[in-house]
Design a protein around this ligand. Structure first.
Ligand SMILES: Nc1ncnc2c1ncn2[C@@H]1O[C@H](COP(=O)(O)OP(=O)(O)O)[C@@H](O)[C@H]1O
Ligand SMILES: [Mg+2]
Length: 626
């Protein structure tokens, strides 16, 4: 019997195929090379792209020069020349950070450098290991040239020999690094579709791939395209200043803290007169305080704190969830601490009005800009982890119908910050387009959804309060003229409320109900049913506590949450039939309130959140046509 000693080998074309599948686009391939500089403890990376230059392998050249620790001969042999062998994997498993800047490496798959091959036809790697002594000059330079055209089908990987020269002591003069040590990669003969090498596109894409909201500690990336510096993050700062709302979410393993700031401009009643009136009032501290008080008093925001904020903000809202007590069935395992920031922007905002938006010439330009950036990505130590999907599922939450003023995919920009040290369990897939499913990811996902819902609840209630306040202001100015029927009812209730301060709750409710019913009946007379058959019921809601009616509002009835008893009244017969309505939220359980809702047709619908002391028949007596 004969024993064979054959080994596995690989066709050289595998390298090309791997490279093509790993990167979503050329900018991402470039980013992988930049991430290697970060992992090498570099503080400066200078990317120089020259489209016109004629090089070894064709036209166009990309140079990535860093001041990192460089590579020794062993590092080149074992790291650069062996695909998918990364020393960083074991290093991360040991929890070991880099020597100089205490960084947890971003790479560990040993594939990132294949990005070079996607970008061009030939690669030159020059590297000078950084001496350990502070003032010492490097004494070694390795110069390796790899011609990617060798990676063709039919050749074995092991038959490919890069040209590799090493100089010691007398180092060549030609060195493009920002410091005497580090690594310089030069990719020559740019290949493929070069449309990404456009100043604006490159700036936009890089400011998605590298967190545009935060600086990376001791790391500065500069990109030049044909001699001009590409402005990677500046516009983002300016647009942030124009955001109408800003949310900050912080999770530390024990608590999820949600904090939001809203600008007066965020409150935008549809009616232009009301909008103007509201903005006038919100220019005054008293107006801002009053609106904050109104928002704070909303029943469903019982667990939130709403305070006036210092300009340019109006309201400062906070909510803290203890984990797991305050979140039902939070799944999975602790993903480690993270932070999220979201900016709520407006596509309607006039560019001319806002000085911080002066970078845009036209509204259309601003809109286009926002559209391209309206996304929330996850960054690990500043570098994008997984992107291009609706992380917070804003599309879903929005089309699900729950939220009117809430976060929408088109008006939210922001980021989630995680780190290599704290969140090793949150892993991206190899193509970097999603997270791997894991217990840690399940909880991470649930915490993001809980944050989104908490934010949407505030936005919805605040939005409604803003509109209601605008209506009230207009009414203060003009009395009852020009109000819609439901607003008339609310006003009647409101006037009543202000006139009575000493009466008991029951007697007030009695009067209010009479007024409401009368107005409703008068209003409904003469309006043919078909005109309003499909329109939603209009509603007024009165909330009362301890002998005083303290709030009146007019949302659609189905928005009000909490166990309620409702009655359908016919104004003609005055007969009431009870319908059981059990709404979800617990925050109304003890609220002694009631809602009055009319269909503007033959029947008046009364939804009553009644104090237990008031019998249902009481309301039958109340609601009679005159
Ligand atoms: N700019 C650089 N400076 C120093 N070493 C580098 C640099 N780029 C790549 N390397 C070395 O080459 C190896 C391979 O890089 P890469 O293919 O991105 O895999 P990974 O980053 O996952 O280890 C790295 O582990 C590192 O040792
Ligand atoms: Mg890498």
């Amino acid at each position: 019997m004969e024993k064979h000693d054959d080994t596995f080998n690989a066709d050289a074309a595998i390298v090309w195929r791997l490279g093509a599948e790993l990167f979503t686009d050329s900018t991402q391939a470039l980013l992988e090379l930049i991430k290697n500089s970060y992992d090498a403890d570099a503080t400066q990376v200078i990317v120089t792209i020259e489209r016109g230059v004629k090089g070894r392998a064709g036209s166009g050249r990309i140079r990535i020069a860093d001041d990192g620790h460089g590579m020794t001969a062993d590092a080149i042999r074992d790291g650069w020349l062996v695909i998918s062998a990364s020393p960083k994997r074991a290093q991360k498993a040991r929890g070991e950070t880099t020597a100089r800047h205490d960084r947890m490496p971003l790479g560990d798959k040993g594939l990132g450098r294949l990005g070079a091959q996607l970008l061009g036809d030939s690669l030159r790697l020059q590297t000078r290991p950084r001496p350990t002594a502070p003032a010492a000059a490097p004494t070694v330079e390795h110069d390796v040239v790899i011609d990617f055209s060798q990676f063709i089908q039919g050749r074995m990987l092991t038959s490919i020999t890069p040209s590799w020269f090493t100089a010691t002591d007398e180092l060549p003069d030609e060195w493009e690094g920002p410091e005497p040590w580090g690594t310089v990669l030069e990719i020559d003969g740019l290949s493929g579709d070069l449309s990404w090498l456009d100043e604006q596109q490159l700036a936009r894409r890089l400011s998605v791939l590298i967190n545009p909201y935060r600086r990376i500690d001791k790391f500065r990336l500069t990109v030049f395209l044909d001699g001009r510096e590409v402005d990677i993050a500046a516009i983002s700062r300016q647009v942030r200043e124009s955001a109408l709302g800003r949310w900050h979410v912080e999770y530390d393993g024990a608590e999820l803290r949600v904090r939001g700031l809203l600008r007066p401009d965020w409150f935008r009643p549809r009616d232009p007169d009301r909008l103007k009136r509201l903005q006038k009032e919100l220019a005054l501290p008293s107006g801002r305080e009053e609106l904050c008080r109104k928002i704070d008093a909303v029943g469903t925001l019982r667990d939130y704190t709403v305070k006036p904020a210092s300009p340019p903000w109006l309201a400062d809202v906070t909510r803290t969830f203890r984990i797991p007590q305050d979140l039902d069935d939070v799944p999975g395992k602790d993903p480690g601490p993270f932070e999220m920031e979201l900016d709520v922007v407006s596509l309607q905002l006039a560019v001319a009005r806002d000085a911080s938006l002066a970078v845009f010439d036209r509204q259309a330009e601003y809109r286009a800009w926002v559209k391209q950036r309206a996304q929330v990505n996850v960054y690990r130590d500043g570098f994008v982890v997984a992107s291009g999907f609706d992380l917070l599922r804003l599309g879903e939450a929005f089309t699900g119908g729950g939220s009117y003023y809430g976060l929408r995919p088109q008006n939210v920009m922001g980021y989630v910050a995680i780190s290599g040290r704290d969140n090793p369990q949150l892993e991206e897939t190899t193509n970097r387009q999603a997270f791997r499913h894991s217990l840690a990811f399940a909880r991470f996902d649930a915490l993001l959804s809980a944050s989104r819902d908490a934010i949407n609840r505030v936005l919805d209630e605040a939005g409604r309060m803003g509109s209601e306040y605008a209506r009230e202001l207009q009414e203060r100015d003009h009395g009852l003229f020009g109000l819609t029927p439901d607003e008339l009812v609310a006003s009647a209730v409101d006037v009543e409320q202000r006139a009575r301060s000493a009466a008991t709750a029951i007697s007030q409710i009695q009067r209010v109900l009479t007024t409401v019913t009368e107005t409703a009946c008068q209003r409904s007379r003469g309006i043919p049913t078909s005109d309003h058959g499909n329109s939603p019921p209009w509603a007024a809601e009165i909330k009362c506590s301890s002998g005083r009616i303290d709030r009146v509002r007019g949302p659609a009835l189905e928005r009000a949450a909490g166990p309620a008893q409702s009655a359908v009244m016919s104004p003609r017969s005055g007969k009431a039939s009870a319908i059981a309505a059990n709404c979800a939220s617990a925050s109304w359980t003890n609220a002694r309130s009631m809602s009055i809702c009319s269909k503007l047709s033959r029947a008046v619908v009364l939804s009553v959140r009644k104090p237990s002391s008031v019998p249902l028949s009481f309301f039958s007596r109340m609601v009679r046509p005159n």
